[in-house]
Design a protein around this ligand. Structure first.
Ligand code: UDP
Length: 310
């Protein structure tokens, strides 16, 4: 099996590449290193079944030889990136998706889109099933990401329906684990790093907003299950264990043994109040279930960042 993974140097992409190589696949990674990092792939230097092509997916992606699978995980994805890289995000979701679908069409490869829970926006239905159509503000601060991914899903379905490409879509909910950037800005890397540095943990708003956090190894298993399933309609991937941001801050502080205080900062505009996937579809059709508890996943993440900081 030969796969092209766009976004291979990113947080989820690099874990996915590792798993594919363990499964005996050959992998060509594509990444422009805007938010991805070569360090995430440094352990694969000289690997006989892996190579990285440094390029932007917004330019046509040309790969020599046969390709069986094309996976599109290339996008800046942290809310702090939405104000830094809005145009790059829109381009990766639209032009980048089209280019990778063209590659899949040319090679007769199956295509998987890494979409997002952000297609549901600030949801009015809880938990969110795949047939919920969302509550997105196109002109708000998250519009660049939400609409790029919604357009990416529409592109994917168009190629599926009219261009004969076998396609799969996964909607990824909050995911955490080793290899997020130190300056990523998302809640788990922020709290973990603040706790380890004995700095105040910055809770935005009153911390009553919720998220459901999935450990990256579980997410990768779900991605591959969706990729190898016969089902073209989207799958939610995440966990159903919902936690408030304030509870999360307390848990990270407790697990790390940190004496950091918890401080409160203004809630960023457009920050969704509640988020939890309905996983019935993935459970029934993929037989997939997240297995790593939040405590265990946070312990592994703390261990990783301790070694990064030391
Ligand atoms: N958050 C926080 N402190 C931080 C970073 C994030 O309280 O240092 C909150 C943020 O306001 C949001 C939640 O944690 O409600 C998850 O934020 P994240 O940036 O991880 O991703 P999102 O789910 O908002 O896309």
């Amino acid at each position: 099996m030969r796969a092209v993974v766009a976004g291979a140097a990113g947080f989820i992409g690099s874990h996915l590449v590792d798993r594919m190589l363990e499964m005996g696949w050959e992998v060509v990674g594509v990444d422009n290193l805007l938010t991805g990092s070569r360090a995430n792939l440094a352990h694969l230097a000289g690997h006989p079944r892996f190579r990285l092509v440094e390029q932007d997916v917004c330019r046509p992606v040309e790969i020599l030889g046969p390709v069986d699978r094309v996976l599109h995980l290339a996008s800046a994805a942290s809310p702090v990136d939405f104000s830094r890289f809005p145009v790059e995000i829109l381009m990766a979701g639209t032009v980048g998706t089209r280019n990778l679908l063209e590659l899949a069409a040319a090679k007769g490869a199956r295509f998987l889109l890494a979409s997002t829970s952000e297609v549901y926006g600030d949801p009015l239905v809880h938990p969110q099933p795949e047939d919920y159509r969302g509550n997105v503000d196109p002109t708000g601060p998250r519009g660049c990401y939400d609409e790029a991914k919604r357009c990416a899903e529409a592109f994917t379905m168009a190629y599926h329906r009219t261009r004969g490409v076998e396609t799969r879509i996964v909607r990824i909910f909050n995911t955490y684990g080793p290899r997020t950037r130190v300056d990523d800005g998302r809640v788990v890397p922020n709290f973990v790093l603040q706790a380890l540095r004995q700095q105040p943990l910055t809770v935005y708003g009153d911390g009553s907003q919720t998220r459901s956090l999935c450990y990256v190894d579980d997410l990768v298993s779900g991605l591959l299950a969706a990729l190898e399933s016969p089902e073209p309609m989207p799958f939610n991937l995440g966990t159903e264990q919902e936690i408030t941001v304030l509870e999360l801050a307390r848990l990270v502080r407790q697990l790390s043994g940190s004496t950091s205080e918890i401080t409160f900062r203004p809630l960023p505009p457009g920050d969704p109040l509640r988020r939890r996937p309905d996983l019935s579809r993935a459970r029934t059709l993929l037989g997939w279930e997240p297995r790593v508890s939040l405590q265990e996943g946070l312990r592994r993440t703390l261990d990783h960042f301790r070694s990064v900081l030391s």
